[in-house]
Design a protein around this ligand. Structure first.
Ligand code: BV8
Ligand code: ZN
Length: 238
């Protein structure tokens, strides 16, 4: 067994593409049909909570029909082998990493199956794909407006998730590895993580269908589908 190294993974929508969940910026991307400012912002929700909820209910139904793919399962094998030396930081809100079996997961942008009350802050886990007439859902405690517990554009990321993610990469050193899978590197602050890791001397490995802004400084770049590349990469790493 090699000397234990810390392996951290950063994932984006691309890792779920082969589960049938559309990415954000690909040709079939979610944003193609809708403009981000129309849906994933607090202003959009204030303007039309039913429209925004309908989009999330549609995405919940898509994700519930999806299953984790070999790329998700390869990351479970990494966690099983590395334990505390493993951490998974995801931008995805589709809960597929947890459904696959990962537990050491930092959700930078929240979770589409969690919702919270805009008045009293109550949070609950729900896979409910509410019918139109039941939107927007009301808080069971105070009847306030429930919202998806995800981070919208212009909203701060959850402080605890930020602390865990940036604390992890800032604590990296030579020999540590950051594996970056399925992200276009357009959304900040998540997109700042790989360069921070690189600057701390960690080895950066990119697995993505298309070139990314990280390719220029990455130690290893694999262009292709995560579900085809990751199982082999993980087997060679362990
Ligand atoms: C913040 C949750 C500050 C919701 C998401 C200018 C104007 C306005 C704002 C900004 C600006 N400049 C910067 C900003 C800030 C903004 C931002 O970065 N905007 C970008 C677009 C320019 N960021 C924010 O607003 C963040 N908050 O900065 O707050 C602040 C601070 C204090 C106090 C108050 C405020 C919040 C950002 C979070 C937004 N929420 N999601 C929801 O999902 O509905 S972001 C959304 O994009 C998803 O989370 C998604 O994960 C994320 C990133 O996208 P990717 O995951 O990378 O997906 P993408 O489709 O882009 O790429 C997929 C990749 O996979 C592609 O490269 C493709 O080639 C590849 N791929 C495809 N198939 C495969 C594959 N790879 C391998 N295998 C395959 N099979
Ligand atoms: Zn409430």
């Amino acid at each position: 067994m090699k000397t234990p190294v810390k392996l951290t993974v950063l994932t984006g929508a691309g890792i779920s593409a082969e589960s049938g969940v559309p990415t954000f910026r690909g040709e079939e991307g979610l944003w193609r049909r809708f403009r981000p400012e129309d849906l994933a912002t607090p202003e959009a929700f204030a303007r039309d909570p039913v429209l925004v909820w309908s989009w999330y209910v549609w995405r919940r139904s898509l994700v519930l029909q999806a299953s984790p793919n070999p790329a998700h399962l390869a990351l479970v094998r990494l966690e099983q082998a590395l334990g505390e030396d493993f951490l998974l930081i995801t931008q995805n809100v589709d809960n597929l990493h947890r459904r696959a079996g990962n537990t050491r997961v930092v959700e930078l942008h929240g979770n589409i199956f969690r919702e919270r009350c805009t008045s009293c802050g109550l949070k609950r886990f729900s896979e409910e794909c509410y019918p139109e007439e039941a939107l927007p859902p009301r808080c069971p405690a105070c009847r306030g407006l429930m919202r998806p517990d995800v981070v919208w554009f212009g909203e701060a990321l959850p402080p605890e998730a930020l602390r865990q993610a940036f604390g992890r990469v800032e604590g990296m050193g030579k020999g540590d590895v950051l594996l970056v899978v399925g992200t276009s590197g357009q959304v900040y602050p998540a997109a700042a993580l790989p360069l921070t890791a690189h600057r701390r001397g960690a080895q950066v490995v990119v697995v993505n269908l298309e070139p990314t802004p990280f390719d220029s400084f990455a130690d290893e770049v694999h262009h292709g589908r995560a579900a085809s590349i990751l199982p082999g990469w993980v087997a060679a790493f362990l």
